[in-house]
Design a protein around this ligand. Sequence first.
Ligand code: NAD
Length: 295
Amino acid sequence: MSKIAFIGLGNMGGPMAANLVKAGHEVTGFDLVAASCDTARAEGVAIAASAAEAVSNAEIVVTMLPAGKHVISVWSEIAPAVRSGALIADCSTIDVESARRAHAIAAERGLLSLDAPVSGGTVGAKAATLTFMVGGSEQAFAVGQPVLAQMGRRVVHCGDAGAGQAAKICNNMILGITMIGISEAFVLAEKLGLSHQALFDVASTSSGSCWALTTHCPVPGPVPTSAANYDYRPGFATDLMLKDLRLSQQAALASGALTPLGAEAAQIYGLFQAAGHGGDDYSAVINFLRGGSGA
Ligand code: NAD
């Protein structure tokens, strides 16, 4: 059992902290939103008056925050209060540059650190089936891996500082591009008089098969659990897909990588969001491709 501090008890962080309590750890949490603190308290998380207070006794600190600026702000605030030799792991999805800055903040204080973004969404956070993509030293990974494993199913060490965030945005760039490709194929099939089921039966067992098709099929019917069967309620919201695509474009620009399809995917999801569909599942982009606005 470890003493763990958890900062950011929102849609993802709340259930992740609850799973650490279930695993037998002593968890102290903090969030700016009182309602999130109340929900976590009901799950057995002790609530501190501030982030700095939450981390003061912790051997391991986990942060799960919206974006890079929040992570830099919180890590700057808590680093002086964390015990020397402790580990800080950030599980938020943020830009690679901010992740590396966060590692530097920890290193200045002699703390171990990991960037450990996740895949699997709120369902995975609740069920402890997340995949963690981890960047940081071997030593930090050895300390963090057993705790991360209690919130997920797979914990992959991707490399040094920032490598977890790099893996996350590369993976989600594949997902965004792929969903648009699948949606275009269904729209073309509709125009050609081919049924959704026929295209699915062929593509899912042929060279067009991929995870997005077989798990998040953008038309109702072939995959009963996909958001298309539930009026495109997320799932994985367009807002979050766009956030990740923009992070990958920012990284592509900074590193000089050529990603024309990633750029186009960010453009399409940006237009879809601007048409008022940020809260729809990302597979609803098929409606945009059918009609222009997605309405
Ligand atoms: P959320 O908005 O529900 O939770 C973030 C929490 O951070 C909020 O409760 C907010 O009050 C808190 N917070 C912000 N600043 C703070 C501060 N200074 N001190 C303490 N708490 C603070 O977001 P979420 O859905 O839990 O996502 C968190 C991260 O996980 C994001 O980076 C997101 O991109 C990533 N992610 C989300 C999903 C998903 O399906 N929701 C999936 C994978 C990754």
